[in-house]
Design a protein around this ligand. Structure first.
Ligand code: COI
Length: 356
């Protein structure tokens, strides 16, 4: 495939927002995007980087009816040391895993990786340079065949949009409160919980609104069978520190295999901090909060990086975490991951690629 590149006319470029932490998350998109089409006869074809524009879809496009959609989230980092991508191929590999689960066509990882790098560099003036800001990259695939029969679409669009981003939470890197839902569930065994598909996020919205009403930023999901064991938080995986051991839920098929989750496990083990993947019951967490063993709780994700948690709200009770402040391990992880992502520290894991 030949990648066609059509650049925007200088006078058509958008006005950029102020590049500081007030950027928030996911509100601004750059001047270009990457797009390609798929149909059964031609496979993936017509790959193009072109000026950012609206998409035209048939009202019967299958994604609009049966949610055959997958996406990824990753970032480009800009510092005095250059422009960096972090574990980008792992995101594309996970996208292909999601594609298989949703009966969608896989992408050629090397080709898309190369196109993504070109897109980021074409729009590099959209990558903010302040620490804790970055360019968020959102690869997306949708089913576009016009039909309302319930079956696998024969046509797709794959595109990548990018834009400047600050902190995911208005709190920034400050502790958030989370609401443990004992009523709603996110994903069931055998379902699509481990795929990065919009349906999982649609299913999360009702409880997320309940959480907001309770003054909490996110929902902590419990398993769907007996609502006893912790799964993940709305936009992050979740870790608990009991005394000197850090634990996180295992990848049993219902939670997202987070790339930041995996990086955190590897970093902790490289520091000789015990990190165990095992089932964690909500009872153990409540007990840990009461007897002081629960020292830290933090979420991990691309958008939020490390998100310390100060309180868990469960069944009308509030469970405090440690001192309520950012814990030592959360802080160390946050600093280490950012330093690797911004190319400030040697990366012993081979996670970053300098692209500019
Ligand atoms: C990410 O961390 O990149 C996510 O995809 C979480 C959310 C914004 C959907």
């Amino acid at each position: 495939m030949n990648l066609e590149i059509q650049k925007i006319a200088a006078d058509k470029k958008k006005t950029k927002p102020v590049f500081d932490t007030s950027l928030g998350f996911g509100k601004y998109f750059s001047d270009h995007f990457f797009i390609m089409k798929y149909d059964a006869k031609n496979g993936w074809h017509q790959p193009k980087i072109e000026p950012y524009r609206q998409l035209t879809l048939d009202p019967a496009a299958m994604v609009l009816h049966y949610a055959q959609e997958i996406f990824e989230g990753l970032k480009a980092y800009n510092s005095k040391n250059g422009i960096f991508l972090f574990r980008a191929k792992d995101n594309l590999t996970r996208m292909n895993n999601s594609a298989r689960r949703l009966c969608m066509p896989e992408i050629d990882i090397d080709f898309v990786y190369d196109a993504m790098k070109k897109l980021v560099l074409i729009d590099k003036e959209w990558i903010p340079t302040a620490r804790e800001t970055s360019m968020y990259i959102r690869p997306t695939m949708i089913a576009t065949e016009a039909s309302v029969g319930v079956r696998v679409s024969a046509e797709y669009l794959f595109y990548i949009i990018v834009g400047p981003a600050g902190s995911y939470y208005p709190e920034g890197f400050n502790p958030i409160k989370i609401f443990v839902s004992d009523k709603y569930v996110r994903a069931v065994r055998g379902g699509v919980g481990e795929a990065k598909t919009g349906a999982n996020y649609a299913a999360s919205l009702f409880a997320a609104q309940e959480a907001k009403k309770m003054g909490c930023s996110q929902v902590l999901w419990l398993d769907a069978i007996d609502q006893k064991h912790v799964e993940e938080v709305g936009t992050t995986n979740i870790f608990f520190r009991f005394d000197d051991e850090v634990v996180t839920s295992p990848l049993t098929g219902t939670i997202l295999p987070g790339i930041t989750r995996d990086s955190v496990i590897k970093l902790l083990r490289s520091w000789n901090i015990k990190c165990t993947e095992r089932r964690i019951s909500i009872d153990e967490i409540m007990k840990g909060s009461k007897d002081g063993k629960l020292k830290e709780v933090f979420g991990t994700g691309t958008a939020a990086v490390i998100s310390p948690v100060s309180e868990l709200h469960y069944k009308d009770e509030v469970f405090n975490v440690g001192s309520g402040k950012i814990g030592d391990i959360s802080l160390k992880l946050y600093e280490e991951i950012l330093s690797i992502q911004y190319g400030e520290k040697t990366d012993p894991f081979g996670w970053v690629e300098k692209i500019g």
